[in-house]
Write a protein that binds this ligand. Structure first.
Ligand SMILES: Cc1cc2nc3c(=O)[nH]c(=O)nc-3n(C[C@H](O)[C@H](O)[C@H](O)COP(=O)(O)OP(=O)(O)OC[C@H]3O[C@@H](n4cnc5c(N)ncnc54)[C@H](O)[C@@H]3O)c2cc1C
Length: 366
């Protein structure tokens, strides 16, 4: 009798969800192929901050998923080359228009600028951490390939159905006309999920897209392992940029989201130069070691926005148990990627999962 381990699985999209799912499927002995249009982690999964918090999703449906994923990050952080480390986390109120009088008490030495008006500790090395998101995706993929997964770099343009039944999936069609046959199809397309909706008679749950900017700079001197969440005020109002020092000696800053439409592919995404300059200026208003320092990277990518507040993970109805999806992780896709991939892989192979995915079932959002 054929078991799920004999089935051929195709995953479309090589971001955090696709790479984590491929890795966990191969750990369970399944055969899979991952098809990625541009390159592994070319979009949000390579350009994210990589901040992780054990309990910040508590009180939402994603709380248990995040807690399980935080534990997996600790495990993989010790095994994989992905720059995992625990960090201290602070919330800073920064006013571009007014200077502070006096000191900030227990602030790290490098937060030395008078524009920082107040500070609050929001996490410690026991419950907040960071990872380099691209390195983690690449580690997942390398290990999946070592376990037998094939990586195909190509654009998927459609789905092949049985000529007699438009709900029986037979494979995916690539831009050059080739077809990769499969028994099970997993869509991990992040903000591109809506484009894939046109491949099916029944629509997929809708996923929005929001552009966000980030820069990576080299500080003038090394800085401590801190993640900073800013409430930044200037004459245009309040903004909420984030600043993460990284183990490789660089500092990552992100923020300034907007609604510029999603291009067809990740390599067509362009940042707004003014948003990148603002991030650089804000760094300089927090710390003199970030003032006028070398800009290594200036980039943009798209957050995948779920229809409600939590991601969509699981089996899609109408397709005879052949279609699965993991998308819409918004600003917590790096945190929740390991548990999403593990839970989805178990669901596909075993029919149930050690992580409760019931709040994220696609049927709830159709
Ligand atoms: C600025 C920023 C900072 C962030 N910081 C954090 C953070 O600190 N912590 C955290 O937990 N989360 C963070 N996130 C959120 C996180 O990055 C995302 O939730 C996560 O990366 C989404 O992963 P994904 O695999 O669903 O999608 P994506 O990474 O977007 O991957 C989708 C993939 O599908 C591919 N694709 C698209 N169309 C096709 C096609 N037709 N054929 C084949 N392949 C295709 C794309 O090329 C892409 O590689 C941040 C996001 C942003 C934008």
């Amino acid at each position: 009798m054929a078991t799920s381990l004999d089935k051929k699985i195709v995953i479309v999209g090589g971001g955090m969800m696709g790479c984590s799912t491929a890795y966990h499927l191969t750990c369970l002995g399944a055969h899979c192929t991952l098809v990625e249009r541009t390159s592994i982690a070319c979009a949000a999964s390579g350009k994210a901050g990589g901040f992780l918090a054990r309990s910040w999703c508590d009180g939402t449906a994603s709380g248990p998923l995040a807690r399980a994923s935080f534990e997996l990050h600790k495990q993989y952080g010790a095994e994989f080359d992905c720059d995992f480390r625990p960090v201290d986390t602070l919330e800073l109120s920064v006013d571009a228009l007014k200077k502070r009088k006096g000191s900030l008490g227990a602030a790290p030495e490098w937060i030395d600028k008078g524009n920082v008006r107040s500070m609050r500790v929001t996490g410690s090395t026991s419950d907040t951490a960071q990872v380099h998101p691209r390195k983690l995706c690449e580690s997942f993929m390398r290990k999946a390939e070592a376990n037998g997964c094939s990586l195909v770099l190509a654009e998927v343009t459609g789905v092949e159905f049985s000529p007699t039944d438009s709900t029986t999936i037979q494979g995916v069609r690539l831009a050059d006309g080739q077809v990769i046959l499969c028994d099970i199809l997993v869509l991990t397309l992040g903000p591109w999920t809506n484009l894939a909706s046109q491949w099916f008679d029944y629509r997929l749950p809708p996923i929005g897209a929001e552009r966000a900017h980030s820069i990576v700079v080299t500080p003038k001197v090394p800085v401590t392992a801190h993640a900073l969440f800013l409430e930044y005020k200037d004459d245009a109002g309040f903004h909420h940029p984030e600043v993460y020092s990284r183990p490789d000696g660089t500092v990552y800053l992100c923020g300034f989201n907007d609604s510029v439409p999603l291009p067809e592919s990740a390599d067509q995404i362009k940042p707004n130069e003014e948003s990148l300059c603002r991030l650089q200026r804000i760094g300089g208003q927090v710390s003199s070691v970030l003032q006028d320092c070398e800009l290594l990277v200036g980039q943009a990518c798209y957050l995948p926005i779920p229809p409600e507040s939590d991601p969509i993970i699981g089996k899609v109805p109408h397709y005879n148990g052949q279609l699965y999806i993991a998308a819409g992780h918004y600003c917590w896709g790096i945190l929740n990627g390991p548990a999403t991939g593990k839970g989805l892989a178990e669901l596909i192979v075993n029919g149930n999962s050690s992580i409760d995915l019931s709040p994220f079932e696609p049927a709830n959002f159709l």
